[in-house]
Ligand binder design. Structure first.
Ligand code: SAH
Ligand code: SF4
Ligand code: F3S
Length: 461
């Protein structure tokens, strides 16, 4: 079936349903995962809108699509919780269409469970074929009683030019690569996102130019390890070289990227960041553990000393940079001494903020079959100690701009106080200050009058 035939077929089905309901049909796509998952959701919404649905955020929509994550057990459990609720809604409205996609669907055991216990889910697809949504949808509309499953193990293909509905008019994610080849021993991402693939620089730059024309001021370049961007291209390009092209795009005033693997962060990248003020003075540099022994078992391929040395080089070149990180507590075999090494790195690096995670066993990863899983009470105790240190240092670091004038990208009117607007500094710290909706999307200087923990109260200058 061609795209056009598919579109026509969907139109006919939707028209019938609309007549039955006496109103336009709505669709919601709910994101459970990371920025890349969120960007995929923007494409899914784009395709649903093109198919003829009105896009909403509400789960009482006629079509609900859950874009799932499976990086930790919790993310996984949340989805089953939502499905229970959806089942009750579907009993009241049998026309409701329920879809599941994203990383969790790449796990065969999940598909088995869904097949067996959740037959009311209409369509299931994975991370490698999200562009096929309209074709699956057409089948569902044709046979709403059946469950359609389409999951590919991996793909070499990068599908360009999918329609998108962006969450924010003034900022956007931009995929620069897909998949991951690092196989950190705790992590399921390489299994559910497939092998690393980079988009061509010309495709990335064309997308960014278009975003700038649409009024976007800030972009975030997305990849599981942006520092290895370009290695798999026919004509290899480094991430730093790509950034040098991106900064030339008129209209784009702020550039961020995520995530940087410490093992691949080059001096060339540090130089390009230092030389280009459009690149935000913020680097998310996941540590995972401060213990070289644990890092080795995690297959991170750097030592504690190499990480600290990298941080020194970054700070020397870009003194006002904000560093943030991810840390896992309770990796198999982690001892109190290992954990002390993590605390030591946190004290030395002084992160603006850190995401702290309790190690979650992911079936199929090498760490899942390692001995010495750390007892739960020990993990919780370490987690609490880490969190309190991270928060204490985070508050101190966040307040270092107090009294200064810094630029803020205004994002929204404060929902608690309509006299205030809220936005973000380059460091990603939130600032609230007096203003109105006309400021949304502009980048303006604000005096950071008072730091209140992890955010600022400011005044326009
Ligand atoms: N590609 C990114 C991370 C993506 S996953 C990177 O390498 O930094 C985001 C974070 O989830 C990771 O940094 C890690 O801290 C955490 N994470 C991944 N797998 C996990 C697991 N099995 N248990 C707990 N946290 C995990
Ligand atoms: Fe997971 Fe490591 Fe790849 Fe990040 S770099 S996605 S933590 S395997
Ligand atoms: Fe989750 Fe997939 Fe992202 S597993 S963290 S949504 S790449």
């Amino acid at each position: 079936m061609t795209r056009q035939e598919n579109r026509n077929a969907i139109r006919i089905h939707l028209k019938k349903l609309e007549e039955k309901k006496g109103r336009p049909l709505t669709a919601a796509c709910i994101t459970f995962g990371c920025q890349m998952n969120a960007r995929d959701s923007e494409k899914l919404r784009g395709m649903l809108s093109e198919a003829g649905f009105q896009i909403t955020e509400e789960e009482d929509a006629d079509l609900v699509l859950y874009n799932t994550c499976t990086v930790r057990e919790n993310a996984n459990l949340k989805v089953y919780g939502r499905l229970g609720y959806m089942h009750s809604l579907k009993k009241k409205d049998p026309d409701k269409i329920i879809g599941l996609c994203g990383c969790m669907m790449q796990e065969p055991s999940v598909i088995e469970t869904l097949r067996r216990e959740y037959p009311f889910v209409n369509m299931i697809f994975g991370t490698h074929n999200l562009h096929r949504l309209p074709f699956l949808l057409e089948k569902v509309l044709e046979c709403p009683e059946e469950q359609f499953i389409s999951v590919l193990p991996d793909t070499d293909e990068i599908v360009e030019d999918l329609p998108k509905i962006r969450k924010y008019p003034f900022k956007s994610g931009v995929n620069i690569m897909f998949g991951c080849n690092n196989f950190c021993s705790y992590c399921i991402v390489p299994y559910v996102r497939g092998r690393e693939k980079s988009r061509k620089p010309e495709d990335i730059l064309a997308e960014i130019r278009q975003l700038a024309q649409d009024g976007v001021k800030e972009i975030m370049l997305l990849g599981q390890n942006v520092n290895s961007y370009g290695k798999t291209l026919d004509m290899p390009v480094t991430f730093a070289a790509l950034l040098e092209q991106v900064v030339k795009t008129d209209g784009i005033e702020r550039i961020r990227f995520m995530t940087s693997h410490p093992k691949d962060l080059s001096d060339e990248l540090i130089r390009v960041m230092a030389d280009n003020p459009k690149i935000c003075r913020h680097l998310h540099l996941p540590l995972q553990s401060g213990s070289t022994a644990v890092l080795d078992k995690m297959n991170r391929r750097y030592t504690k000393e190499q990480y600290l040395e990298l941080v020194s080089r970054i700070r020397a070149a870009i003194p006002d940079i904000s560093l943030t990180t991810d840390i896992i507590v309770g990796f198999p075999g982690e001892t109190e001494a290992d954990f002390q090494e993590t605390l030591d790195v946190v004290r030395r690096v002084r992160y603006d903020s850190a995401f702290t995670f309790i190690y979650s066993k992911r079936t199929g990863t090498p760490a899942a079959s390692m001995d010495d899983q750390v007892p739960e009470d020990v993990v919780h105790d370490r987690f609490d100690r880490l969190l309190s240190l991270v928060q204490q240092i985070g508050r101190e670091e966040t307040s270092r701009f107090e009294g200064q004038i810094r630029t803020v990208l205004v994002e929204n009117v404060n929902p608690q106080d309509p006299g205030l607007v809220s936005g973000r500094l380059e460091s990603n710290t939130v600032v609230h200050f007096p203003g109105n909706a006309s400021l949304i999307g502009s980048i303006i200087p604000v005096r950071l009058a008072e730091c209140r923990g992890f955010y600022y109260m400011g005044d326009v200058v």
